[in-house]
Design a protein around this ligand. Structure first.
Ligand code: ATP
Ligand code: MG
Length: 243
């Protein structure tokens, strides 16, 4: 039992949740280490949504609601941390929710799909094929799901797959706390924020944005600027820490 007065209460509860999901098979052991890298970067940005991440979340919302065929790609960590928030974003954006795993087994796919359904998502399942130009198991996806998507939201994505989706001509929105990762650098748009803070931000923006604002936001995407702003925020914090 984690004492709720513990200064790192939220982080400890999150770790416990991920450990439980690793025991049940939803999260892979590699997923636990990926979370550790995320936590380190969250410390550096001050565990808050920065101004640039807020702007990025609004642009992401505009991209999703104006898409022809938007898809939210869900992996084990995303399902463990944010299943309910994925359901809310699906309702607000009208996107397809599809499971895509790096460490893929049929059993894990089904477990994650079940968790998503229990928490309110309408999951796009069915026959997957090796359709993405990648050698590993993340090549698997559904022809009428991610393969046909024009806009894909990939929370906690691996660089390889993000690059492959961009090469296929898709608009790729990443959520990644590490502004230096290949994912962050190759995505069309990166929200440098923690997943459970970023998703509700996109959902509320989906409900608020007017049509003219939507057009204006999708025309103003500058990922390089947004990543530079995230790095600037981290640098400022490090400089203050040395004062
Ligand atoms: P890349 O392959 O893109 O160069 P990587 O190998 O560091 O990056 P992966 O292990 O493939 O990254 O994916 C994990 C990424 O997700 C990390 O960059 C980490 O910072 C980020 N991450 C982990 N947990 C969270 C979270 N809760 N919210 C946002 N980002 C997270
Ligand atoms: Mg990687």
């Amino acid at each position: 039992m984690i004492p709720d007065k513990h200064p790192r209460y939220h982080s400890l509860v999150t770790r416990e949740k991920l450990a439980q999901c690793a025991r049940s098979g939803i999260v892979s052991l590699e997923g636990l280490t990926a979370h550790g890298r995320g936590e380190a970067f969250d410390y550096l940005i001050g565990e808050r949504t920065t101004e640039s991440a807020h702007i990025a979340a609004r642009i992401a919302a505009a991209m999703l609601i104006s898409a022809r065929h938007p898809v939210i790609s869900v992996n084990g960590n995303t399902a463990a941390l944010a299943a309910q928030q994925i359901a809310s974003l699906q309702k607000a954006s009208g996107a397809i929710v599809e499971v895509n795993l790096f460490h893929r087994t049929e059993k894990r796919v089904q477990q994650i799909e079940e968790l998503l359904r229990e928490t309110g998502s309408d999951v796009f399942s069915g026959e997957a094929e090796r359709l993405l130009p990648l050698s590993h198991d993340r090549a698997w996806c559904r022809r009428k799901g991610m393969y046909s998507a024009d806009v894909v939201l990939v929370p906690l994505e691996d660089g390889d797959r993000c690059e492959a989706l961009v090469r296929m001509g898709k608009t790729v929105i990443a959520i990644d706390l590490n502004p230096l990762s290949r994912t962050a650098r190759s995505a069309t748009l990166t929200i440098v924020d923690e997943l459970t803070r970023a998703l509700p931000g996109i959902t509320s923006a989906c409900k608020e944005i007017s049509e003219p604002e939507c057009r204006q936001l999708t025309e103003s995407v500058d990922n390089h600027y947004l990543l530079s702003e995230a790095i600037r925020e981290i640098t400022l914090r490090l400089c203050h820490a040395m004062d």
